[in-house]
Every structure is written in C-alpha cells, then in structure tokens.
Design a protein around this ligand. Structure first.
Ligand SMILES: Nc1nc2c(ncn2[C@@H]2O[C@H](COP(=O)(O)OP(=O)(O)OP(=O)(O)O)[C@@H](O)[C@H]2O)c(=O)[nH]1
Ligand SMILES: [Mg+2]
Length: 286
C-alpha cells in the first residue's frame, strides 16, 4: 500500500482546486473563476486499490492585506509541513513569470520531489503549449513535468500515476471511502459560498463568507456574511432574485452530499470588517 500527502501549490486561480477534483475523480473542493476561492487547507483524497493519495488543496500564494489573507498565507506555509511531494501548478494561458517563480522558490527548497503541472492546455495551441512547458521547466529541478487540463481530464491519469509513484509505503490515513477531511457543515458552507462567488463580481466575492448554523432532518440553515449593507443588497438581489438563485444552485449538491432532500434556508447578514475580526475568522474556521 502506498500512501501519503501531496501539496498543491501555485498562484491564485491557476486551477489547483480543479486539479484536486480531477485527480480525485469527483468534486471535493469548490472552484470559481475568482482568485482566492480556496481559503483554508483542505484534503482531497484519491483512493485506489493499492494507494491512498491525499491531495492538500490550499489558498494561492499572495501578499497578505488583512487578517483573512494573513491567515490564508499562514495556512499555505503550514500546508507544506510533512508532505511527501509537491505539485506545482502553473496556468499556461498566462505568462509564467515572477509570481510563479516566487512560489517555485518556496517549494523547491522543501527537500521533497516537485512535479510541475502545466494546466489549462485545452485553451492553447500545441506550439504554444510546448513553449510554455519550456518556460515552466526553468522554474526549478522538477522530477516530472505534465501538461494537463484539469477541466477536460487530459493528462490527469498520467499525473495521478506519477504522484502515486512518489508516495512511500504507508498506512491508510483516512477510511478507504473518505473523500475529504472537511466536516459536512463545512462542505455545505463551501458549496453555498461557491454559488455566491459565481453570482457576484469584483470585490464582493472576497467579502462573502458562509456559516452553517443548523442542520436537521429537513432543513439546512446558513448565514451568508457580507461586510456592508450595499453588499447585502447585491447578494439578496432585486426581490430576492440572487439569493434564491444561490439556493437553487446549491441545494441539489447539498442534497447529494446529505443523501436526502432538504429545505435550504439562507440569510444574508452584515458583519462589518469580518475579514479583520479574529474572533469571527476563528468561528468561520479560517
Ligand atoms: N479552460 C480551463 N479552465 C480551467 C482549468 N482548470 C481550472 N480552470 C478554471 O480556472 C478557474 C480557477 O480554478 P480553481 O480551481 O478555482 O483555481 P485555484 O488555483 O484553486 O484558485 P484559488 O483557490 O482562488 O487560488 C476556474 O474558472 C476553473 O474552471 C483547465 O484545465 N482548463
Ligand atoms: Mg482553489
């Protein structure tokens, strides 16, 4: 039995969480087109007949701006403790540059094997992929470099095999059918936040947090926190249109997770400056 932990590092928005889902073979973490979607360290677990590959999803590397982003960056630093390998993800649609080199400078100093994933190849022509791979190859002494598309699944099987091969012999760290270490409450909060991210723009996504307050047989009650009354107006929408849409999109996934039908009760609440409020951040598990 091979088992162990592989941290997924990279700039915000390069597709780290999408890669975790692709490698696990199903959705375990949330994804959005907004940077800073992932706020905490979450394990995505890929189980095979003779392996357990624990993927350590984490926030993207960033310069801290407030208590929230400070905590996120600390999470990134801590996530590298005790990993067996690192998957360094870069976005081949963007110029591979200073941001990626900054992440690379950190991960190549860890003393564990580093695999580079050049992600989003579905968006590029073959010639351009080759030149981006050549640029990515200069990031550091990698053990393997894989062009992949987390979205289409292209190259994901080979990448998974590569990562499993780097794992030591070891025990099962989680049940053989576990998919994540997040509690059910936290998974539900993440799903609601994902839908809110998908329906809001600009600075607003960063001002949104979700707390599941109560779950019983028939009902899930969750609070969506924003920082100002005007943000609340946007998340509620005209006549409640936006909040209803968040519920409509989140409910099927929550029901699939719980294995039963539920009424989803969402309330938007204003908590000024929650991103700088340590007590509030603790409560949100950040
Ligand atoms: N076309 C394409 N889009 C992708 C691919 N992988 C991820 N994306 C998109 O890239 C965006 C960011 O994906 P995430 O997985 O949330 O990125 P992340 O690196 O986890 O982002 P943070 O958690 O914010 O740091 C989303 O819109 C994804 O759908 C890919 O292989 N191809
Ligand atoms: Mg993410």
């Amino acid at each position: 039995m091979k088992s162990g932990f592989v941290a997924i590092a990279g700039r915000p928005n390069v597709g780290k969480s999408t890669l975790v889902n692709a490698l696990c073979g199903s959705k375990v973490v949330i994804v959005s087109d907004k940077p800073q979607t992932t706020r905490r360290r979450i394990f995505g677990i890929a189980n095979g007949e003779d392996y357990q590959l624990v993927l350590v999803d984490m926030p993207g590397f960033q310069r801290p701006r407030d208590a929230l982003t400070e905590r996120m960056q600390r999470t990134v630093d801590r996530s590298f403790e005790d990993v067996d390998a690192v998957l360094l993800a870069v976005d081949c649609r963007d110029r591979i540059g200073a941001g990626d080199r900054f992440v690379a400078s950190r991960v190549f100093g860890l003393g564990v094997p580093v695999v580079i994933a050049v992600n989003k190849v579905d968006r590029l022509k073959p010639g351009h992929i080759a030149s981006q791979m050549a640029t990515a190859a200069e990031l550091g002494p990698f053990v393997a470099l894989h062009p992949v598309s987390a979205k289409t699944g292209d190259g994901i099987g080979e990448l998974r095999e590569e990562l499993v091969a780097l794992l030591p012999e070891g025990p099962l760290y989680f049940e053989a059918d576990a998919r994540t270490d997040l509690s059910v409450d936290a998974q539900i909060a993440e799903l609601v936040r994902e839908k809110a991210l998908g329906l809001t723009r600009e600075e607003l996504p960063h001002a949104v947090s979700v707390d599941v307050e109560e779950i019983d047989e028939r009902r899930v009650r969750a609070a969506i926190y924003v920082e100002t009354e005007s943000q609340k107006k946007i998340v509620v929408g005209q006549g409640g249109r936006v909040i209803r849409e968040i519920g409509t999109r989140a409910r099927p996934e929550i029901e699939a997770l719980l294995g039963r039908g539920v009424f989803l009760d969402l309330q938007v609440k204003v908590r000024p400056h929650w991103r700088r409020d340590d007590a509030m951040l603790e409560r949100l598990g950040l």
